[in-house]
Ligand binder design. Structure first.
Ligand code: PNS
Length: 161
């Protein structure tokens, strides 16, 4: 049987323990999970970390999950998924707000590539209130965010404070 590959896309700016929890759980559902770090994101958002830094932090954070690889992608997500032979896009949901936004993304991606299923995984309760933006904001205000991010990310955030 063909390997069932899924893509977990995002900006990962930076990767948090909420992301790692999602990746770990999703990796259990597929033969291979590709964490796909977006070169650019839709809308007005600007990245705090460079692409290389975001890929490097995510790679270190997921190093112990054997069927996970971290890559970067540019352009349309479904084109990237097709090039990778992926059958699914995995997205994490924390809140009803995430749900409203992700349903729209799912509908667009399903129009563009009906053969690729979007799979939603609910965030674990302990991470449901946390986001990369919140982590960066708290860190800038001098709060210790080490319980929300992998060690390598915590060190980098503290160094940049
Ligand atoms: O972590 P984020 O910022 O929520 O990730 C957003 C991301 C990268 C998943 C989204 O911007 C995306 O899919 N971009 C790729 C471009 C694309 O295919 N857009 C159409 C999807 S509706």
């Amino acid at each position: 049987m063909d390997k069932r590959i899924a893509v977990c896309p995002g900006s990962f700016d930076p990767i948090t323990l909420g992301h790692v929890n999602l990746v770990r759980r999703a990796a259990g559902l597929f033969d291979q999970l590709i964490v796909a770090v977006a070169v650019t994101v839709d809308g007005e958002k600007r990245h705090s970390f460079s692409l290389d830094e975001r890929v490097e932090m995510a790679t270190a954070a997921c190093a112990d999950i054997t069927n996970v690889t971290v890559e970067s992608f540019c352009g349309l997500l479904v084109d990237y998924c097709r090039r990778q032979g992926a059958v699914a896009i995995v997205k994490g949901l924390r809140t009803a707000g995430d749900m409203a936004y992700e349903m729209q993304m799912q509908a667009v991606n399903a129009d563009l590539a009906p053969e690729i299923e979007t799979v939603f995984v609910l965030a674990s309760a302990q991470y449901a209130h946390m986001s990369s933006s919140m982590v960066k904001w708290l860190n800038e205000l001098g709060v210790d965010v080490s319980s929300y991010v992998p060690d390598n990310v915590a060190a980098r955030l503290q160094a940049g404070r």
